[in-house]
Ligand binder design. Structure first.
Ligand SMILES: [Zn+2]
Length: 460
């Protein structure tokens, strides 16, 4: 007990010091806690009355965890959950250790942990999860004759660690994920059942052959939503997509709602985030939250409040500058982001606002006039504003009307170029706030990935 107490306190102290020295979000607390007590993670999570749930997969972990956490909190759950990127064993340890406050009594009911696939066996061994959710597997090597790649193998080992008493929440539309449930006693599947939309507009139907995880013969797709996700069956052994327990049966893009079927019941829910990737993430979160006791009929109301909080949690270091990405897409959300900027006490602080007007952004940018820059601007402490995107000039005009001097506003249409120039010109350790609309956010992520600032930006 003394050892555990000491591990937690040393870790918390190191976390405090690293934050003081401006290196937030490090895994140092995890390193230190495990040095003092190698079993610290295990000891802490086994105190939680509801135990641990692990969420893994190539894409969508962060979003799925954020959505699930939101649903669980709306339901009264107290949670420990990790922020994007802290998903290796040290990050999990740091998360759990820092969630412990003054005493070692559990302050949370449940640990909901986004976990890197390669860390899954160890995480399962140490946390004894009661459930594992898997979003998808995107790896080239999966294409080869249905072999289990290392990644799939890692997750499979974690499931073995969990034992037969656990619960799996699996994507039925991804053959390799679905196959993890073969022979497992407790599986909940989620998937899409969108009629007549086998090839959604804008989705590249790349011809990547997929092979049956059971027998290695090619899979035949009746419907393919994107990449290898869809409704498939095997031409060799007849293995087919398991019937989802949670099916997205409709997606109304005008009303921005999803119809979800579950055991003969139909629900209509607001779309929490744009993009078909996020439809998968949302149904995964719904299935997982329901499994943890959240009444599905209450989820619609909760999800309608989800949007503004998203996108406030991503950060990455770029040549010594802490860069934060915060999605902006409506006046309420933008105002909340600007409040977060005002709360950031770093000095200096620069901003990059990227406004696109593609379909997913909303094609009408007049909402920028509903953001109260006039009263917010003096509170922000922003020295320089960079504006970018298809509607960069609209944003520049908006700032001008808010009384921000021309010489503090720089227009560079291309988001990558804007970010590059801004980082090059800013003084060392400038805190950078990037505020993109949805498709601009995708462009920024793509830029960061191409330039290998990737660790926190794998989500679609
Ligand atoms: Zn087969």
């Amino acid at each position: 007990m003394m050892r555990l107490w000491f591990a937690v306190w040393m870790a918390r102290l190191s976390g405090f010091i690293s934050r003081l020295s401006g290196r937030g979000g490090s895994s140092l607390p995890g390193v230190i806690a495990r040095k003092v007590d190698p079993q610290v993670l295990s000891k802490l999570v086994t105190r939680l009355p509801q135990g641990t749930v692990l969420v893994t997969g190539t894409n969508g972990k962060t979003t799925t965890v954020a959505l699930t956490a939101f649903l669980l909190r709306s339901h009264g759950y107290r949670l420990v959950h990790n922020r994007a990127g802290a998903n290796l064993i040290l990050g999990l340890t740091a998360t759990v250790v820092q969630a412990e406050k003054w005493r070692l009594f559990p302050r949370a009911d449940l640990a909901l942990l986004e976990t890197d696939e390669a860390s899954m066996p160890r995480a399962a061994q140490e946390t004894h999860p009661k459930a594992i959710a898997v979003t998808n597997f995107f790896r080239d090597q999966l294409d080869r004759y249905g072999e289990l790649s290392t990644t799939v193998d890692m997750v499979q080992r974690a499931i073995q660690q969990m034992g037969d008493g656990g619960q799996l929440i699996l994507n039925a539309d991804d053959p390799q994920v679905a196959y993890l449930g073969e022979g497992y006693p407790h599986v909940v599947y989620f998937g899409l059942g969108l009629k007549g939309s086998g090839r959604l507009p804008g989705v590249q139907d790349t011809v990547d052959a997929r092979f049956c995880p059971r027998c290695g013969e090619p899979l035949h797709y009746q419907t393919r939503y994107y990449a290898h996700l869809g409704d498939y069956c095997c031409s060799g052994c007849g293995w087919r997509r398991p019937n989802p327990d949670w099916t997205v049966a409709g997606w109304d893009k005008e009303q921005n709602t999803l119809s979800i079927d579950h055991k003969g019941q139909h629900m209509r829910l607001p779309v929490a985030m744009p993009g078909i990737y996020n439809v998968y993430n949302q149904v995964a979160a719904i299935a997982l939250a329901a499994q943890l006791g959240v009444e599905p009929s209450t989820m619609g109301e909760s999800l309608s409040h989800f949007e503004p909080a998203f996108g406030r949690m991503e950060s990455v270091m770029m040549r010594g500058h802490p860069v934060r990405l915060a999605l902006v897409k409506n006046p309420v959300g933008f105002t909340q982001v600007l409040e977060a900027v005002a709360d950031d006490t770093s000095y200096p602080k620069w901003a990059l606002v990227i406004i696109n007007d593609r379909y997913a952004d909303g094609t009408d940018v007049s909402w920028l006039w509903d953001v109260d820059f006039e009263s917010l601007a003096p509170t922000l402490g922003l020295e320089q504003w960079w504006v970018s995107g298809i509607r960069a000039f609209d944003m520049a005009v908006r700032l001008k009307y808010a009384g921000i001097a021309d010489e503090r506003v720089h227009v560079v249409r291309d988001p990558g170029a804007a970010l590059e120039q801004m980082i090059n010109q800013s003084p060392p350790e400038t805190s950078v706030w990037v505020m993109p609309t949805y498709t601009a956010l995708l462009e920024v992520r793509q830029y960061l990935t191409q330039h290998h600032f990737t660790r926190h930006f794998r989500e679609g």
